[in-house]
Design a protein around this ligand. Structure first.
Ligand code: HEM
Length: 390
């Protein structure tokens, strides 16, 4: 019961090191999955897209059996589609996520962060709901081009949908996820019907392509939902984890604020130390022998991102944050053809959100009793009560 063990979820690192030394590839009875803890095995799997597929629709469908909404969801997500369809969709929307394109919205991310900042309560508040989450949802709506987003409704629904990220997932997680996703599906359907979207966002672009026959209407809507699943909780968690680390180390915070060109590296290093998404799933199409162990065809393989990012063959003293270390590979955003499409956007959001709040208010009192979310999969805090101090 490793992955559901509350002690493990609060501090997985001692167990990661022990397992990595003795069993870097081990079978987890509870989830019937192979856990990967070392970087060399993770690399072998993620870089071999022919033999290790990301498509886990069949396994997930079993959990949501009889739930037609969820089945449709799995069928339409480009991430679970065959190679050519995946590549086509990724290339199409990828144009919105390049660093060049993002320069255009940097100013907007700043504006959003500043407007959220002025609304922060003067007394104690939950940093996640009052700051990080609001920025993540508003930036996403801007990218998609939702013209007049109902922000509190969307935030509420994406919070509900976060149960999709947990592992192991239970049938009740799928029910909860579907409840939120179905409501968001309805909302996005209305946005499209009423043309409540702007011309320069992802939605209008996809609708144009749909009119030309490249996608069906359902593919457009379900993949917009994918952006809400993949692109809201994750930057929210990234902003939160980075905020805590920079509060724990005020010297580094000072350096972060005074050296804008280095902000990118700071954020990378913190996201290496505490990756918000703790695992990446793959399924092997044929029997494999890895590290001398035979893995039967069709096995579920789980790459433990936070174990791999702390591998000593990648980094010396991997448990220590070192903003000056030379930048190496890390798996927080995955790798290969499924690597995070929103990587540059997420990094930019996190940098701007932190720079905005810490430039104005550098000193905070943070709840010492904060707890990590008690489920494996999404690694951030359940809540983060903070108060600004002079
Ligand atoms: C700190 C923030 C983020 C983290 C840690 C993160 C993490 C990841 C990881 C690990 C993957 C790879 C999954 C796999 O290989 O199975 C991924 C894929 C993806 N991410 Fe992110 N992500 C973040 C932010 C975002 C944002 C802001 C967006 C979009 C607005 C986004 C959209 C996507 C999409 C669409 C994919 C699937 C790509 C594909 O299959 O081709 N992500 N992300």
């Amino acid at each position: 019961m490793l992955l559901s063990n509350p002690e493990f979820v609060q501090n997985p690192y001692p167990i990661y090191s022990k397992l990595k030394k003795n069993r870097p590839l081990c079978f987890d009875e509870q989830t019937k999955s192979w856990l990967v803890l070392s970087v060399d095995i993770a690399k072998q799997i993620i870089s071999n897209e022919e033999d290790f597929t990301c498509i886990s629709a069949e396994r997930l469908a079993k959990l949501g059996k009889g739930n037609s909404f969820f089945e449709n969801f799995l069928k339409n997500w480009f991430l679970y589609q065959d190679k050519d369809k995946h590549r086509f969709f990724r290339r199409t929307v990828g144009a919105y996520f390049t660093p060049k394109k993002l320069v255009e919205i940097k100013g907007f991310i700043k504006e959003i962060s500043e407007s959220v900042l002025v609304e922060l309560p003067p007394e104690e508040f939950n940093f996640i709901t009052k700051y990080a989450s609001r920025i993540a949802v508003e930036v996403l709506c801007k990218m998609l081009g939702v013209a007049k987003p109902d922000k509190s409704k969307i935030t509420n629904l994406v919070n509900i949908m976060a149960s999709f990220i947990y592992f192991p997932k239970e049938a009740k997680d799928i029910r909860k996820f579907s409840f939120g996703a179905e409501a968001l599906h309805q909302y996005i359907t209305e946005v499209i019907k009423e043309q409540n979207y702007t011309d320069n966002g992802v939605i209008s672009y996809l609708i144009e392509l749909q009119k030309k026959g490249a996608f069906t209407r359902e593919e457009v809507i379900y993949n917009i939902l994918l952006f809400f699943v993949a692109g809201a909780e994750t930057p929210r968690s990234g902003i939160t984890n980075c905020f805590v680390e920079l509060q724990n180390d005020l010297k580094s915070q000072e350096a972060f604020l005074s050296n804008k060109e280095m902000q990118n590296n700071y954020v990378d290093e913190i996201l290496r130390i505490e990756a918000p998404i703790s695992y990446i799933s793959r399924t092997n199409k044929k029997q494999e022998v890895i590290n001398g162990i035979t893995i039967p065809k069709g096995s579920h393989i789980v790459i433990m991102v936070n174990a791999v990012n702390h591998d000593t063959s990648l980094y010396s003293n991997p448990e220590r944050i070192d903003f000056n270390r030379s930048k190496g590979k890390f798996y927080t955003f995955g790798d290969g053809i499924h690597s995070c499409l929103g990587y540059h956007l997420a990094k930019l959001e996190i940098e701007v959100a932190l720079d905005t709040i810490l430039s104005k208010y550098p000193n905070w009192k943070i709840d010492a009793d904060r707890k990590w979310i008690p489920r494996f999969g999404l690694r951030t805090f359940e809540k983060l009560i903070v108060k600004q101090v002079d």
